[in-house]
Design a protein around this ligand. Structure first.
Ligand SMILES: Cc1cc2nc3c(=O)[nH]c(=O)nc-3n(C[C@H](O)[C@H](O)[C@H](O)COP(=O)(O)O)c2cc1C
Length: 144
């Protein structure tokens, strides 16, 4: 059977969302799938095209998703995304809108949500990282 490939792509400013991304990637691997972990600055079109599922993460900044991540989602809509699933995640400080916005944006470009997503306040603690691993595992299992 083909091993599913799950892309975890993130934007981070102070490292919290990146910590979540690393734990999500661990969860994906624990499900026997392949995790491809990329910053939004280094992700390539091939990473998107080759992925069965795409998990996108960003912190909330000024009640929004930072423009670099929004540009990434916008650029993705020109690619062939048929059949791909996805989910969103991100760290926040007080209001935490980014995950909800990412969910909507992913659905708008035709990615079917495999999970309601996960937001964690500030720096993820051990129990939060476990929730990140569980998210990665769930999405990977849904993609297989
Ligand atoms: C310029 C700026 C604006 C922010 N605006 C918000 C906001 O509107 N709502 C919120 O919940 N958190 C806000 N935060 C807090 C960040 O989301 C929080 O610090 C998060 O942990 C950062 O994640 P990162 O380490 O992945 O960059 C803001 C942080 C910065 C630096």
């Amino acid at each position: 059977m083909k091993i599913s490939k799950v892309l975890v792509v993130y934007y981070t400013r102070t490292g919290n969302t990146e910590k979540m991304a690393r734990a999500i990637a661990e969860g994906i691997e624990s499900a026997g799938a392949e995790a491809v972990l990329k910053s939004v600055y280094s992700v390539r079109n091939e990473d998107i095209l080759e992925a069965d599922a795409i998990i996108a993460g960003s912190p909330t900044q000024n009640k929004r998703v930072p423009s670099k991540m929004m540009a990434f989602i916008n650029d993705m809509k020109d690619l062939e995304l048929d059949g791909k699933t996805g989910a969103a995640f991100g760290s926040y400080g007080w209001s935490g809108e980014a995950v909800g916005i990412l969910n909507d944006e992913l659905e708008k470009i035709g990615i079917k949500l495999a999970d309601k997503g996960l937001r964690i306040k500030r720096t993820p603690k051990d129990k939060d990282l476990d929730r990140c691993r569980a998210l990665g595992k769930r999405v990977a299992e849904a993609a297989s």
